[in-house]
Design a protein around this ligand. Structure first.
Ligand code: SF4
Length: 499
């Protein structure tokens, strides 16, 4: 068995994953990825998944060993934010050509590229990504990285997740393996303390972790490593010194958390910063884990005081939206943001949930959603675009919250839509993030554009096909459009008469 397939088998056998625990040995061996449907959009490849997890480490040069096209992967549409270095946003690729492949010059080109990056940019480290072509021609990126690290005196990390290995999710896990094998534990911090934690699977989309970090700061809790959002190489490398960890996106990095617990005794829990009660619960559980690892128990009281204060402020702000949103119906079709937290928070301000996807929810989340909605029919694993359209065009929801892929279903059904997945434009984490989410829902639902687009077009205004002329007290956009149209028609008729 090659090293890569052994690694893949290893990450598929995840005892910390509930779904995996429920499988028999044969199903576990087959892995988590579903077989792809020919002709359907397949999502990202394993390389793409690895890049998503590692790219937000901001002071690292990310070098893709591949023909040029692989660098056009989707990591950049996720909107992770950096508070400092910008190197991570520079694309580096060895740009292999057919000539390089035929002449067997891949490894030499890779070594030269690492040298050039090191001399020009002085990065904290270089991450080298293998891809389909370089895996197929058998380039030994591990050996090249090792040689380059010795020669240039900096960390050069091979990321062995070629696209052909499998799905994006597998790539997430292989990226974590690269961190475990080559990065975490390589730097000993001289300031380790009893209040150090790691946050795993937090991508700092739109800078939303910056809405949470001040809360931790107030409790005296230091984020040793946030992997990967706004991370620095040195922080990740010293992540093994943390006392506790929270896993935000468990699908991507649960294996990393479990292995860090086994290797360095860092206990972890799965939590979420989406929604008021989940943010409070996350703060509580972080404090409890730190106490378990030797922190002063008084942090528990301080956490409760902070939670009470922040919840009161957030609910006061949300109360202003209650009259505007009470009874409005929401369709949630999301994979990334935890459905449970959002469902809970929206229901708390009086909104009605007409349906929510539970595709990426944990079994506990599903139970909690079930208890809140009291009807299984409101939960769905996956809904086709046709079914979504039927719900929305039938007027059964006032807004859909989803990812960008289904936005056009909502727009075609002339229904307000808000992006809450990775391409979103607004931060939704923490107490302030929840207020921002509700503010954005309010803006979307009450945007005057919906009234305009739902009006009948001018050519539909009268059954005999004649255009409806404006009435004196009607100032709608339709009327303006009819006026313009009629004026244009008159002008054309006049021109025709002259001709
Ligand atoms: S790694 Fe393979 S599947 Fe992924 S972008 Fe490159 S060629 Fe395509």
């Amino acid at each position: 068995m090659t090293a890569l397939s052994a690694k893949i088998q290893d990450v598929f056998d995840e005892p910390a994953c509930d779904k995996n625990r429920g499988k028999d040995a044969k199903a576990r061996k087959e892995g988590c990825a579903r077989p792809l449907t020919p002709g359907a959009a397949a999502g990202g490849c394993a390389f793409d998944g690895a890049k998503i997890v590692l790219q937000p480490i901001t002071d690292v040069a990310h070098l893709v060993h591949a023909p040029l096209a692989c660098e056009g992967n989707s990591w950049d549409n996720r909107g992770a934010a950096s508070s400092g270095p910008t190197l991570w946003r520079t694309s580096f690729t060895t740009d292999l050509t057919e000539f390089d492949v035929v002449m067997g010059r891949g490894e030499r080109k890779l070594f030269k590229a690492i040298r050039q990056i090191t001399e020009t940019y002085a990065p904290a480290a270089v991450f080298v990504y293998s891809t389909c072509v370089t895996a197929l021609i058998g380039d030994d990126i591990e050996a090249v990285c090792k040689r380059a690290a010795e020669k240039f005196g900096l960390a050069v990390v091979p990321v062995n997740a070629p696209g052909l290995a499998g799905s994006k999710n597998l790539g997430n896990k292989l990226a974590a393996e690269a961190l475990l094998d080559h990065v975490i534990g390589t730097v000993e911090p001289d300031d380790a303390g009893p209040y150090d934690i790691n946050i795993l699977g937090e991508f700092n989309l739109c800078g939303e972790f910056w809405l949470v970090k001040p809360l931790l700061d107030r409790l005296g809790i230091r984020v040793r490593a946030c992997i990967p959002g706004d991370a620095r190489y040195r922080d990740v490398a010293s992540g093994h010194s943390a006392r506790a960890a929270m896993v935000v996106c468990s699908t991507a990095l649960i294996t990393l958390a479990r292995k860090m617990e086994e290797r360095w005794g860092i206990p972890f829990f799965e939590g979420s910063f989406y929604g008021i009660s989940d943010t409070s619960e996350a703060l509580r559980r972080i404090a409890k884990l730190l106490v378990r690892k030797g922190a002063d128990p008084e942090i528990l009281d301080r956490a409760e005081t902070l939670i009470a204060e922040q919840e009161a402020v957030a609910w006061k702000k949300l109360e202003a939206y209650r009259p505007r949103l009470q009874g409005k119906r929401v369709l949630l079709n999301t994979g990334g943001v935890k459905s449970w937290s959002v469902v809970h928070a929206l229901m708390e301000i009086g909104m009605e949930i007409v349906g929510t996807s539970v595709k990426k929810s944990t079994p506990e989340d599903k139970v909690r959603i079930q208890q809140m909605l009291k009807d299984d029919n409101h939960m769905f694993e996956q809904m086709s675009a046709r079914d979504l359209y039927a719900i929305l065009s039938g007027g059964k929801a006032d807004i859909m919250l989803s990812g960008g892929r289904t936005q056009f279903v909502a727009l075609k059904a002339k229904t307000p839509w808000l992006d809450i997945n990775q391409e979103r434009q607004h931060p939704y984490a923490g107490y302030d993030g929840m207020v921002e989410l509700v503010r954005q829902i309010d803006l979307a639902i009450h945007n005057p554009i919906w009234r305009q687009v739902r009006e009948r077009p001018p050519w539909d205004c009268q059954p005999d096909g004649k255009h409806q002329l404006p009435s004196a007290n009607n100032d709608t956009a339709t009327t303006r459009a009819v006026q313009n149209f009629a004026a244009t028609t008159r002008t054309i008729s006049a021109v025709e008469e002259i001709l």
